[in-house]
Design a protein around this ligand. Structure first.
Ligand SMILES: *Cc1c(COP(=O)(O)O)cnc(C)c1O
Length: 395
């Protein structure tokens, strides 16, 4: 599936189009189906075994041609051996971890992972008898000191959720490899357009495609890409747990992937411009954006990533909830909500101190996270400018 001679955009856009099997329709059709019928008992008898090695139709839960098209596309985009589509980004996370962890194992996981990922580790992963250690995302080569004889997986998310610390992935990966530890990385922030974890030695990449790949805030979807060594185990775990995705949502994932490049470029540009402007505003204490040298791990972002996305945070003085409400309730273009990655801008107040154990979030300022959408940048600036004014005046 690898084709290193063509660019990311051409590869993504031309994947699977104008195929004879699609009757020369440009797009992959939406195949709805549960039952697959076999013409002979021999074919039926061998179908399960054959499925282990290739994408063949067995039963709806194991995928339709629509599912396989997205799985092959995402594997191609991230230069992996195989891809898997699952029902949400969170299920991509949980399946990846459950594929490798057993009772008695030890998991190393970044302190700055997505909140529900942390919840899964603190509840389910603990309950099956796996020891979990959170590590400081800026740890670098000192990760070696946290490795135990039973360390089975190293789980990264870079930049970190809410606070955007960028990890030195190649260093962590090389230490993990030396210790035969499987590495998993949540790549949602960058999307495959700005970062491809497997190119940096990571074994398994997980993405909430709900965010940028679907890109229009209208479907839940998770994707996993892995190298050859880990693929069969994850596919088997996914199948055993019974995860599957509606073909309509798969279709939205394929369609979104085709325009990912232009949307990401615009997100990058808009967010960077807004962040730079925010930094010059007197009410803003600090802007946390991986493209700024003040962001922890900025040098790794600069070295490893092809761009920055829509998501960053900024700090203002902490005031009461009514002041915050007057700021956020009256914004015109930034809606209050979760599920960033769509075309429209979003805003949420955040509290990283509630979800950190290996590190301490020292600031007592009010932290606000923005997802900068595809709107006109001047309108977005004006919106935030008026919001900051309301926030200042209500105190
Ligand atoms: C949103 C998100 C997820 C979960 O994705 P869903 O599709 O909402 O389940 C996982 N990781 C990160 C970094 C996310 O932002």
């Amino acid at each position: 599936m690898k084709n290193d001679n063509i660019g990311f955009k051409s590869k993504t856009i031309h994947h699977n189009i104008q195929k004879k099997s699609n009757r020369y329709l440009v797009n992959v059709p939406v195949y709805h189906g549960s039952t697959v019928v076999f013409s002979t008992l021999h074919e039926f008898d061998h179908s399960r075994e054959d499925y282990k090695n290739k994408n063949i139709l067995v039963y709806g839960r194991l995928g339709t041609p629509t599912t396989f098209a997205l799985e092959e596309l995402i594997a191609d985009m991230e230069n992996g051996f195989g891809g898997l589509a699952v029902s949400s980004g969170l299920s991509a996370v949980t399946i990846s971890l459950l594929s490798f962890l057993s009772a008695g194992d030890h998991l190393l996981i970044a302190d700055t992972v997505y909140g529900p990922t942390r919840k899964f580790c603190d509840t389910f992963v603990n309950r099956i008898g796996v020891e979990v250690t959170y590590y400081d995302p800026t740890i670098g080569s000192a990760i070696e000191n946290l490795i135990q004889k039973n360390t089975r997986c190293l789980y990264m998310e870079s930049p970190g959720s809410l606070t955007f610390e960028v990890q030195d992935v190649p260093t962590l990966v090389s230490i993990a490899k030396r210790n035969s530890i499987t590495t998993i990385m949540d790549n949602t922030w960058a999307s495959p357009y700005f970062y491809r974890p497997l190119d940096h030695g990571v074994n398994v990449s997980v993405t909430s495609a709900t965010k940028y790949i679907v890109g229009h805030s209208d479907a839940m979807l998770g994707l996993i890409v892995s190298d050859e060594t880990h693929y069969a185990e994850i596919r088997s775990c996914r199948t055993t747990l019974g995860h599957c995705v509606s073909p309509d949502d798969i279709y939205l994932g394929i369609r979104g992937a085709k325009t990912l490049c232009v949307r990401m470029e615009q997100h990058h540009q808009n967010a960077l411009e807004l962040a730079t402007w925010l930094q010059s505003q007197p009410d803003v204490i600090r802007v946390i954006h991986p493209a700024f040298s003040s962001c922890p791990g900025h040098e790794f972002w600069k070295r490893d990533f092809d761009g920055a996305s829509s998501l960053f945070s900024f700090e203002v003085e902490r005031r009461d909830r009514a002041a915050l409400a007057s700021f956020l309730d009256n914004l015109k273009f930034f809606s209050i909500g979760l599920g960033w990655g769509g075309y429209g801008s979003l805003v949420v107040p955040i509290n990283p101190e509630l979800v950190r154990t290996a590190t301490t979030w020292k600031s007592d300022a009010q932290l606000i996270r923005l997802h900068v959408g595809l709107e006109d940048i001047d309108d977005l600036k004006k919106d935030i400018e008026l919001g900051l004014k309301r926030y200042r005046e209500l105190s």
